[in-house]
Design a protein around this ligand. Sequence first.
Ligand code: FES
Length: 164
Amino acid sequence: MDDRSALRPAPIPDGLLAIGAAAAAFRFALPVADLPAAALRRVTYGDLDVLIAHTSAGIVAVDDRCPHMSAPLSIGELDGCVVTCPLHEGRFDLASGDPVQMPTTGCLAPDGTAVAPWTPGGREPKPDVPGRKAEARRLTRVRRFRYYPVRIVAGIVEVAVPEA
Ligand code: FES
């Protein structure tokens, strides 16, 4: 068994446990057979969409909302521990919770540092028309992930998410 197929929960980075998760009961997520290596799956509890990812560091559960503008990462791509968002090409490390590549729109980094817009493929950036939309893009802060505890019991992935 190589690292990519490790069927175990990945460690939760310090300080990034989701609010309410420490006291939450474990709930059914999906059978491990439905989560092959490098898979991304959405599991919904009430109005909470959770991303279950089978990363090279193990199984991770976080909100299925990009830390930038909340796009569903479950329809992105996973390479090792890094998930690519389908909306603005942001790339985020599910093992650490940190951004790897900032979104194309420009934004604030988690520490508040300003990040300029960019264009993939080495093309010239499109001029950003000044106004409230540009301001909103500039002031959107990329968060770090918040994690839900994961366990595997009798071939089932379970996740500790608070009741709605
Ligand atoms: S919403 Fe994911 S990078 Fe913008």
